[in-house]
Design a protein around this ligand. Structure first.
Ligand code: GAR
Length: 225
């Protein structure tokens, strides 16, 4: 590799698609971070599986390319939906995918095509509380610490090598609403940080775990304020 190609690679901002199904607040946090020209990733596409996703309005206002791949048009054929999604990602020459409240299970074949190039954010400290209603379940379980996780996507839902976590203390008087609001604020901080690390090529997976700059993922930043 020549010095010139190394420099070109360093200056290249990775082309990112954010996939949403709903309100898109994590998408908005990623868009905000990527407005900085020094941020190593550029959000070039927002794709939704729902034509009525609230986040589409935010994305339209930001002037980003939008694509809707409506899952209801594909019936039970998950492979056909994923093929349509793949075609859209290829059309926009996407290099990294961020799932941000994208509530569709993806087929193994699709996930394999994006191995270590597709990130997800989950509102819990994985491997605790996979699936839905994480905040209610954390309260019911009496968890003292809760939070959010950014991880690479693997075929199993809400699993995959952890890139970054952020923790919050659960207060005695927390409700689902207060706890989810504090966790969401953490999500908005850690997702851009995790994407930056991946886009800069600083995250590697070895034996199912992420290494950042060759070292184990550091302890979760705690947002206990
Ligand atoms: C976020 O809390 C995200 O972590 C969660 O959906 C919400 C989407 O909010 N994702 C999952 O539960 C995936 N397992 P947003 O549309 O405002 O970003």
């Amino acid at each position: 590799m020549t010095a010139r190609s190394t420099l070109a690679e360093a200056l290249h901002r990775k082309r990112v698609a954010v996939l949403i199904s709903g309100r898109g607040s994590n998408m908005a946090a990623l868009l905000e971070a990527a407005r900085d020209p020094a941020f190593s990733a550029e959000i070039v596409l927002i794709a939704s599986n729902r034509p009525d996703a609230g986040g589409l309005v935010t994305a339209r206002d930001a002037g980003i390319a939008l694509e809707v791949v409506d899952h209801t048009k594909f019936g039970k054929d998950r492979a056909a939906f994923d093929a349509a999604l793949q075609a859209v990602l290829e059309k926009h020459r996407i290099e990294l995918v961020c799932l941000a409240g994208f509530m569709r299970l993806l087929t193994e074949g699709f996930v394999a095509q994006w191995q270590e190039r597709m990130l997800n954010i989950h509102p819990a400290l994985l491997p605790a509380f996979k699936g839905l209603d994480t905040h209610r379940r954390a309260l019911e379980a009496g968890a003292k610490t809760h939070g959010a996780t950014v991880h690479f996507v693997v075929p199993e839902m809400d699993a995959g090598p952890i890139i970054m976590q952020g923790a919050v203390a659960v207060q005695d008087d927390d409700t689902e609403a207060t706890l989810s609001a504090r966790v969401l604020a953490v999500e908005h901080r850690i997702y851009p940080l995790a994407l930056k690390l991946v886009a800069e090529g600083r995250v590697r997976v070895a034996d199912g775990r992420c290494l950042i700059d060759g070292k184990p993922v550091p302890e979760s930043p705690a947002f206990f304020a």
